[in-house]
Design a protein around this ligand. Structure first.
Ligand code: SF4
Length: 509
């Protein structure tokens, strides 16, 4: 342990200690964060992750994205600083998804927040955690209230006994989706790793070493996808490099060393910045279907300096296999696609190649150059592509296009099923299948066709539940759906206590 110093000179401006980040207090939190010295941070977040029609997260708490990235890394400790309710939700979700890791928590009160003691408590926690026998890195995350209060994680030491200390702010009022929060941490780690690599020799990656030039894969992928991509790269004389976000610290050096980076998920703006600073070439889109794979192989070949006839020979060998896979598993029907994973456009391309009519793709992620080829390809085939799509837009698309199947997030699927339209969860069912190369061809067909075939079952269910309450009356049976009354007609039956302790008769029945 080293001597500590109190770094916070001024008491921070008031931020709602109980929260407010994702339930209506955004303006207050933003004003507090700016008053507390976080203007540059907020400007950076707004530049990297521009907001859209919805300026609040419409999915889970964004910090879950960065939390998950840290929890999946070997020898990495995670500490959260935020309201207890936020931390409860985040740890619950982490363990629901099988984290099997401890999540550290530094609680606060109004007093520790205002006096600056919270920073001291975080600093203590970091020093207690940073054991080089156990960890390569400790990730500390400021959630909404500590960010708004200006808790200065940048004043934490860069490393303690060789353990890197990575402090990040992931406020819901600055990072629109949990997808982009993954990039906040991935980018912060790559920045540190790049600085280390620039200073001298670094550790060799623990994963397989290849003497071929590699292509780093950017995005959290289905486990079989890197193998499918490696199969595409092999005839070009290339190999699949690490997948970013990485699973251990030293993989990042190998990721940065790849001459080419495939931005398979297009929202990793901060990570791309680090790769570009290292002089790497970024390739957009991904190898989906016949046309997507052909274009991607051309782009990878050009970026890696592979001779055109070598790329041509690879395409001659690989594309017929993909075409055969798709032909064997055709998809018929109209399908709307929406989600927050970043791969929505790629999934839509594969569906279209398999024969589906896809009139609408909505993604919660922003428009970046890395999905431009997919947007252009889809729009040329009449698909409406909406970036930063709101939940309302996704549901409106179902009403407007009357699809045979809606692929989407939980509330979108729920809305579809309520109107008798089959729905499939993007995250649980579509992202849990290979998407790229030969294994991806035809992988979606069984799920998609099976769901479309379930339409009749949904009609029967709707008939069975006819007359049962919906909305506020949900859950009431045929015996009597409560009458929907305007809220203003309600009066409390009991007396209410005023602030000075006297009782007031507020009427009511
Ligand atoms: S940390 Fe997450 S759950 Fe908590 S207020 Fe912010 S956005 Fe909401």
């Amino acid at each position: 342990m080293t001597a500590r110093a109190l770094p916070i000179a001024d008491a921070p401006a008031a931020a709602p200690a109980g929260g407010g980040g994702c339930h209506g207090g955004r303006d207050t939190m933003l004003a507090a964060a700016e008053a507390n010295g976080k203007s540059a941070l907020l400007e950076g977040l707004a530049r990297d992750y521009p907001r859209g029609p919805h300026d609040q997260p419409q999915s889970m708490c964004p910090a879950f994205g960065s939390l998950r990235v840290g929890l999946r890394m070997k020898r990495t400790a995670t500490i959260l600083s935020g309201s207890a309710c936020c931390v409860y939700g985040l740890t619950f979700t982490s363990h629901f998804y099988g984290a099997r890791r401890t999540v550290g928590y530094v609680p606060f009160s109004s007093e520790t927040l205002v006096t600056g003691q919270l920073f001291e408590d975080i600093r203590d926690a970091v020093f207690q955690t940073a054991d080089p026998a156990l960890y390569d890195a400790v990730v500390v995350t400021n959630l909404c209230v500590p960010t708004a209060s200006g808790v200065p994680l940048d004043l934490l030491p860069d490393q303690i006994d060789g353990v890197r200390i990575i402090g990040i702010d992931v406020p819901g009022f600055g990072v629109p989706t949990h997808a982009e929060a993954k990039d906040v941490l991935a980018g912060a780690m790559l920045k540190v790793a790049r600085g280390e690599a620039a200073q001298g020799p670094v550790a060799r990656p623990g994963s397989a070493i290849t003497d071929r030039p590699t292509v780093t894969l950017l995005g959290e992928l289905f486990p079989a996808d890197p193998m499918g991509i490696a199969m595409l790269l092999e005839p070009l004389g290339l190999a699949a490099g690490p997948t970013v976000p990485c699973r251990e610290w030293r993989e990042q050096y190998a990721a940065l060393a790849s001459p080419v980076v495939a931005a398979l998920h297009p929202f990793y703006t901060a990570s791309v910045r680090e790769f570009q600073a290292a002089g790497r070439t970024i390739v957009p889109s991904g190898p989906v279907g016949v046309e997507g794979t052909a274009a991607w192989l051309d782009a990878i070949g050009a970026a890696a300096g592979i001779a055109a006839d070598t790329v041509g020979a690879a395409k001659d060998r690989l594309l017929p296999m993909i075409a055969a896979g798709i032909a064997k598993h055709p998809i018929t029907g109209r399908i709307t696609v929406s989600g927050y994973e970043g791969s929505e456009l790629l999934v839509a391309r594969l569906l279209v190649e398999a024969g589906a009519d896809v009139p609408y793709v909505g993604t919660a992620c922003p428009r970046t150059p890395w999905s431009a080829p997919d947007r252009e390809w889809l729009e040329a085939r009449g698909t409406e592509v909406r970036y930063r799509a709101s939940l309302e837009a996704d549901i409106s698309a179902i009403e407007a296009y009357e699809p045979d199947l809606a692929i989407g997030t939980t509330p979108v699927v729920q809305a579809a099923k309520e109107r008798g339209t089959p729905g499939v969860y993007f995250t649980n069912l579509i992202s849990a299948r290979p998407l790229f190369g030969v294994p991806g061809a035809g992988a979606l067909a069984a799920t998609v066709n099976g769901a479309i075939g379930g339409a009749e079952r949904l009609t029967r269910m709707r008939t069975f539940f006819e007359g049962v309450g919906v909305g506020a009356g949900t859950g009431y049976g045929h015996a009597g759906v409560p009458e929907d009354r305007p809220v203003t007609s309600w009066k409390p039956a009991r007396k209410a206590a005023s602030k000075d302790g006297t009782m007031t008769d507020v009427g009511g029945s």
